[in-house]
Design a protein around this ligand. Structure first.
Ligand code: NAD
Ligand code: UDP
Length: 319
């Protein structure tokens, strides 16, 4: 018999960009929310508005160490997501992904919790199949500078499926494609935050390569809806499932759009393309459409405007 009435939801990486939005949603739903973070890339500022709430609890903990607490659902999001952050300490990135997954899966097994893994489109590497469907196995360099993240996430997926087969842990695996929105880290080097901050400060916009590489960006609110639907979906649909926005455009087009929406005087400059930078990426989301009745609703212009507002606020506070 349980002595607590509402669902206990553990969100690892809860003080990060995506984690903090998920904390908001779960607190709003009235669940008991346990937000775990080591604050490597996360920030108390992202969740400070939740600190006084009776159904919100903050736990400072590093997921490379074991943890023993009770939860009914676990969203495993802890891991630096931007290349400059995950390449800062690549060994730690692998440990967070692999040991973090083992610790959380072990806990899910012990307390009989349902557990969702935030996997990534990076597991497809530099894809030779386009758009990417879940049954594509990927094209990943095992020894490159992105490998700590890509291979760490691939191994985490393997662990999730092995714990499911071997120990009947109730898992969900989602492959998240590039997501953007308020609370992105201003210095994380990711393209949306870089371009907006550069544009707001009328500095040069740094396009890597010739800007012809493509990405498709999902607004954070859409992604949250997808994560929650996946967690609450039927137990026979465990994934992996792609979550992202199939609206694909070039990085150069994104730069032009950001300049237009900010009314910036910035000029575009071209810099060297980083190693192993995928040339194209676009999710095939037919599985999510079919199984979760989910698709992104927020158009790029609307999402960019909200994100620009956020960066305007924080750059004003810090100037
Ligand atoms: P983020 O860096 O803002 O958040 C990650 C959080 O995890 C941070 O709060 C960080 O402090 C915490 N963390 C890192 N290592 C930890 C550790 N060892 N122990 C405890 N906490 C730790 O990144 P995000 O964009 O919010 O990404 C969240 C998750 O979603 C990540 O797992 C990432 O791989 C995945 N993802 C994100 C995107 C995206 O576009 N944002 C795309 C694909 C996958
Ligand atoms: N990029 C860019 N200028 C920047 C930051 C990134 O042209 O200031 C490019 C980067 O080379 C990549 C794309 O934008 O082709 C997306 O980069 P990001 O780091 O946001 O995500 P990821 O490469 O992980 O998809």
């Amino acid at each position: 018999m349980k002595y607590h009435s509402s669902k206990r939801v553990l969100i690892t990486g809860g003080a990060g960009f995506l984690g903090s939005h998920l904390c908001d949603r779960m607190v709003e739903k009235g669940f008991e929310v346990l937000c775990l973070d080591n604050f490597f890339t996360g920030n108390k500022r992202n969740i400070s508005h939740l600190l006084g709430k009776s159904n919100f609890e903050l736990i400072r903990h590093d997921l490379t160490q074991p943890l023993f607490i009770e939860a009914d659902e676990i969203y495993n999001l802890a891991c630096p997501a931007s290349p400059i952050h995950y390449q800062h300490n690549p060994v730690k990135t692998v440990k967070t992904n692999v040991m973090g997954a083992i610790h959380m899966l072990g806990m899910a097994k012990r307390v009989n919790a349902k557990i969702l893994q935030a996997s990534t489109s990076e597991i497809y590497g530099d894809p030779v199949v386009h758009p990417q469907k879940e049954d594509y196995w990927g094209n990943v360099n095992t020894i490159g500078i992105r490998s700590c993240y890509d291979e760490g996430k691939r191994c985490a997926e393997t662990l999730f499926f092995d714990y499911h087969r071997q120990n009947r842990v109730n898992i969900r695996v989602v492959r998240i494609f590039n997501t953007y929105g308020p609370r992105m880290h201003p210095n994380d080097g990711r393209v949306v935050s870089n371009f907006i901050v550069q544009a707001l400060q009328n500095r040069e916009i740094t396009v890597y390569g010739d800007g012809s590489q493509t990405r498709s960006f999902c607004y954070v609110d859409d992604l949250m809806e997808g994560l929650i639907r996946m967690m609450n979906g039927p137990d026979d649909f465990i994934g992996p499932v792609n979550l992202g926005n199939p609206n694909e455009f070039t990085i150069l087009e994104l730069a032009e759009r950001v300049i237009e929406l900010t009314g910036s005087k910035s000029k575009i400059i071209f810099k060297e393309l980083p190693a192993d930078d995928p040339l194209q990426r676009q999710p095939d989301i037919s599985l999510a459409r079919e199984k979760l009745d989910w698709q992104p609703e927020v158009q790029l212009e609307k999402g960019l405007k909200k994100t620009i507002e956020f960066f305007k606020q924080i750059t004003a506070e810090f100037s």
